[in-house]
Ligand binder design. Structure first.
Ligand code: SF4
Length: 262
């Protein structure tokens, strides 16, 4: 018989749980928050079974400061010259509302390290997948929390980091793919046993180990059915390629050309 616990009461009214409230691992002077969003996503690319995490500054002045280095590191896609961050203004708006709604009222944070909370959450999320870092970088919070999240979802998750400091991401080899923009970056991180996710314009050559995201090629419906981007699955050796897409893709292609002289 399951006893009533603060977590169970919280889950009766909340679908967003704060899982971290502390210093950023990417900027030790900044406090950040991280949330676990438990409602299955309605995103057609991910599929219907994904929960996701969001990383956001605990204090911010404008919506766009949500992309601060404390949560996004030095992600290329957040730079004005690429302008290609897939987190749209609407999405940022939603995230900022979450932060506003939760930062003053976080009265119960699940303790992923307590067996009671962990077991209950595990039953609750049973059958779901996790997208680490729907906004922000998974490396921005302590690795032990990310390891518990991976365990919570039975290691069924997808994750990408844009942090290119090897020192900061060593230990994450089975917790995240590394997003890359150039062949050199991809080869460098593959050499350190990371799998990579590289943006490559249509028509450009791939490395022998790379495969274009099957969803972009119409070969699978969504990530739930594919899961090639699961970093913890040791049977998957392929590195992923994404084709630039969306309304700002030409700007991104121009940036990639300037980086690699493709
Ligand atoms: S490769 Fe598969 S898991 Fe990765 S983004 Fe594409 S569809 Fe999703």
């Amino acid at each position: 018989m399951i006893q009533a616990t603060p977590l169970i009461s919280t889950l009766k009214t909340e679908s967003t749980l704060c899982i971290y409230d502390g210093k950023s691992k990417l900027d030790s002077k900044k406090d950040i928050l991280s949330f676990l969003y438990l409602k299955p996503t309605r995103n057609s690319k991910l599929g219907s079974r994904f929960n996701y995490t969001v990383y956001a500054p605990s204090k911010y002045d404008t919506l766009h400061s949500i992309q601060s280095p404390a949560v996004c590191g030095d992600c290329t896609l957040a730079k004005p010259e690429t302008g290609n961050c897939y987190v749209t203004f609407n999405h940022l708006n939603t995230i900022s509302k979450w932060v506003d709604n939760h930062k003053e009222t976080i009265n119960y944070k699940p303790d992923l390290f307590s067996s009671d909370d962990f077991s209950y959450l595990k039953m609750y999320v049973n059958g779901s997948y996790l997208r680490l870092g729907s906004q922000g970088d998974p490396v921005s919070i302590p690795i032990d929390i990310t390891l518990k999240l991976a365990e919570l979802y039975d290691y069924k998750f997808t994750s990408y980091t844009h942090v290119h400091s090897l020192e900061k991401i060593l230990g994450y080899e089975k917790l995240t793919l590394v997003s890359c923009e150039t062949v050199e970056q991809a080869k460098y991180f593959q050499n350190y046993n990371f799998r990579t996710a590289r943006i490559v314009p249509e028509g450009e050559k791939l490395l022998p180990s790379e495969i274009v995201c099957p969803e972009q090629e119409g070969k699978t419906l969504n990530c739930s059915m594919c899961m090639l981007c699961n970093p913890s699955n040791e049977n998957i050796k392929k590195n992923i390629v994404f084709r630039p897409h969306g309304t700002k893709k030409n700007k991104l292609i121009k940036y990639l050309k300037s980086q690699e002289k493709i």
